[in-house]
Ligand binder design. Structure first.
Ligand code: GDP
Length: 359
């Protein structure tokens, strides 16, 4: 399976850079020359500066309108570069990584996603975006709401990662981001590594693509791991990976259409009856009633690892909070503006024509 990772903006390119470190084909796009230079692993010819004519390589200062404009203006150049680096053949999925709360990623990713969908109609375009921390304030929340709305009409799935859920209390922000970025890559990379592995009951690219082709709804990855000798109930471990503690986004699991689960571990630990018990329970719980599964017995393993993907999610507290907060803010802002206008008009009404006073 061929997956291409394209990072947009600072957060997105940092995540793409880690994908490049673990040997994925990755590209970086940014309006900030400094941030592009800061990357460690993506080769120079795969770093694309956009919006130079607007912001001169200095970034868009978390303004998604500028981010969108920068991507639009340079889209022919960006697509030419992507075509020459990637070609047309065999791209199963484009994963676009970005931060929902900024400017370049939030504004530019929907523009790029639309162009990719047009140029590569047989490939999936999946957004992987980090949701802003609550403490960042209202602007990132608004940027995120706008971008959620736009992307949901374009991409196949939105894998949203809730920074609030993953940041540990008291942790320094930049350390938290770095840890979260590695966790995201590890999770997605371990899922992709299990696709098309030869074996009797393994997952193939068409399973993954089926699950991710979900009309712009949300998806999230889950995870659970334990020492094989300490697993008391394998079915409990599998269920845990699907529950909120194992997921990167607060979601209502029941609202999901599809699930995918890959179980990896020593053969004696992968007990079929326990696996089927868990999978039957989960299949019943999700609305779409379809769970794809792959089993990966590995005699060298000492740990049991469960990697999951839930998709076609329509109910998420993380997303709802962002959209509702942004909407409420917009309404209050418009109300304040209208009331201010009325007050201003009242104050200025009846003012005489001073031309008579200054002849
Ligand atoms: P852009 O360069 O204008 O696209 O903006 P950024 O990518 O710097 O930031 C956008 C948002 O992404 C911020 O509001 C943060 O919530 C989040 N963010 C920034 N950097 C990181 C990062 O390295 N990891 C994660 N998980 N989130 C980040």
């Amino acid at each position: 399976m061929r997956a291409i990772i394209i990072g947009v903006g600072q957060c997105g390119t940092k995540i793409a850079d880690i994908f490049s470190l673990v040997d994925f084909e990755a590209l970086a796009i940014n309006t900030s020359r400094g941030d592009l230079e800061y990357l460690k692993h993506i080769p120079q010819d795969r770093r694309i500066l956009i919006g130079e004519s607007i912001v001169g390589g200095k970034g868009v200062n978390a303004n998604p309108v500028l981010g969108r404009e920068a991507m639009k203006r340079d889209l022919p150049m960006v697509m030419r570069k992507i075509r020459s680096l990637v070609g047309y053949e065999d791209v199963d999925i484009f994963f676009l990584t970005f931060g929902f709360g900024g400017g370049t990623g939030a504004g530019g990713t929907p523009v790029l996603a639309e162009a990719l969908k047009e140029e590569y109609p047989d490939s999936l375009v999946v957004a992987i975006g980090a949701l802003p921390l609550k403490e960042e304030g209202i602007r990132p929340t608004i940027n995120a709401a706008i971008t959620i709305d736009k992307l949901s009409k374009i991409v196949d799935s939105i894998i949203a990662i809730d920074n609030n859920k993953l940041k540990e209390s008291g942790e320094d922000i930049s350390q938290a981001y770095e840890r979260i970025n590695y966790a995201i890559v590890e999770r997605i990379a371990s899922l992709l590594a299990l696709i098309d592995v030869p074996g009797e009951q393994t997952l193939d690219a068409s399973d993954l693509k089926f699950v991710l082709r979900a009309m712009g709804s949300f998806a999230t990855v889950g995870y659970a791991k334990a020492d094989a000798s300490k697993v008391k109930s394998l079915s409990r471990l599998i269920v845990r990976s699907f529950e909120n503690e194992g997921l990167y986004l607060d979601v209502n699991i029941e609202s999901a259409l599809y699930g995918l689960v890959a179980i990896h571990g020593p053969p004696e630990a992968l007990k079929a009856n326990e696996i089927f018990e868990a999978l039957n329970e989960l299949t019943e719980r999700i609305r779409g009633k379809q769970i794809f599964r792959g089993f990966y017995p590995d005699p060298r393993e000492r740990e049991v690892e469960v990697v999951t993907l839930l998709s076609g999610i329509y109910e998420s507290k993380s997303i709802e909070e962002i959209v509702v907060t942004a909407k409420r803010y917009a309404q209050e802002f418009m109300k304040a503006k209208e009331e201010g206008e009325i007050k201003k008009r009242q104050l200025l009404s009846g003012l005489p024509d001073f031309d008579d006073i200054y002849p």
